[in-house]
Design a binder for this molecule. Structure first.
Ligand SMILES: [Zn+2]
Length: 265
C-alpha cells in the first residue's frame, strides 16, 4: 500500500465518515502518539519514540490547519519510518514539493490523505464546478486544513482537470497537476507577462475567481494559443503566488501527442 492508501485505510478502520470527525490528535493517540505543543525553534515538529509510544511536539501556529498537518506528518513518520527520530522543517506540503526528500514527501502524502481522505473530500469538492478561492477556503475550513494543502489535494485527488502551481517572478517553484491532465501540456517555467499571476506579482492584484485566459499564457506548446482555460491566483508566501488553472475545454484533452514536448514535467 502507498502511504496515502495506508492513511485512508486507517480512516476507514476508525469508521470516520464526516470531516468534523477527523480529530487528528485522537487518531494519533490511538496509534500510540501523544501530541504536545511548544514554541520550537528551528523546526516545525519533532517525533521521539520510546518502545510502542511516541511524543510528537508541534510548534504552535496561529493556523490550526498547519498544526494539524504537522500532527498527520509526524504520525506518518511513526507509522512508516519507525525506529528513527525526526525534526521536521515544514508544516506545509507545498514546501516539501520544492524539495526532494523522499521520507518527507511520504509523510506529507500520508498526512494529506489522513486529513482529506478521498471518500470524504471528493463529495465536498464536487459540490463546486470550478471552485473559486472563497470556495477552496470553504473546503479548507471544512477539513481544517491550510489553503495550499487543500489546493494540492484537490489536484491529486483527480476529481477536477486542474493544475496548481507556485511561482515567484523569476521561476516556477513547484506544480501539481491532476493525474488525468495530459502530460503533453508543458507548463511555463516563469510567469508569462500576460498571466494574472504576473499581474499579482508585479501589481499586487489577486484574481479570486476563475477568469478566462489564453492557454498560451501558461503552456509552452506551440498549439496552446488555440485554447482557453480558467486562471485564478492568490498571494502565497512573500514574493510567491499560488495559481489554479482549470482546463475547461475537452479539446485540450484530445490534443494528442506534441512532438516538441520533451517528456518531463
Ligand atoms: Zn518529517
Amino acid at each position: 500500500m502507498t502511504p496515502g492508501q495506508r492513511a485512508e485505510a486507517r480512516i476507514a478502520e476508525l469508521g470516520i465518515r464526516e470531516p468534523k470527525d477527523l480529530d487528528v490528535e485522537a487518531i494519533a493517540f490511538d496509534a500510540g502518539v501523544s501530541v504536545c505543543y511548544a514554541p520550537l525553534i528551528g523546526c516545525e515538529a519533532t517525533l521521539v519514540g520510546f518502545g510502542s509510544r511516541a511524543i510528537a511536539t508541534i510548534r504552535n501556529s496561529p493556523v490550526r490547519g498547519r498544526e494539524r498537518f504537522s500532527i498527520g506528518h509526524e504520525l506518518a513518520h511513526w507509522e512508516l519510518h519507525r525506529g528513527k527520530s525526526f525534526r521536521c522543517g515544514v508544516d506545509e506540503p507545498a514546501l516539501n514539493l520544492e524539495s526532494n526528500v523522499a521520507l518527507e514527501r511520504e509523510a506529507d502524502e500520508f498526512a494529506s490523505h489522513l486529513l482529506m481522505p478521498k471518500p470524504l473530500f471528493n463529495p465536498v469538492v464536487r459540490a463546486y464546478k470550478w471552485p473559486t478561492i472563497a470556495q477552496v477556503q470553504d473546503v479548507a475550513d471544512t477539513f481544517q486544513t491550510s489553503q495550499s494543502a487543500t489546493l494540492i489535494r484537490m489536484a491529486k485527488v483527480d476529481t477536477l482537470p486542474v493544475i496548481v502551481a507556485c511561482y515567484s517572478l523569476d521561476k516556477r517553484l513547484w506544480h501539481c497537476a491532476a493525474p488525468h491532465v495530459p502530460r503533453r501540456w508543458r507548463l511555463k517555467s516563469k510567469p508569462d507577462a500576460d498571466s494574472f499571476a504576473h499581474e499579482l506579482l508585479t501589481r499586487g492584484a489577486p484574481t479570486l475567481v476563475p477568469r478566462k485566459q489564453s492557454a498560451d499564457a501558461w503552456f509552452e506548446n506551440d498549439d496552446a494559443e488555440k485554447y482557453e482555460l480558467l486562471e485564478q491566483c492568490v498571494p502565497g508566501m512573500p514574493g510567491k503566488v499560488l495559481v489554479t488553472l482549470y482546463l475547461t475545454e475537452d479539446e485540450m484533452f484530445d490534443a494528442g501527442y506534441d512532438p516538441d514536448v520533451r517528456w518531463k514535467r
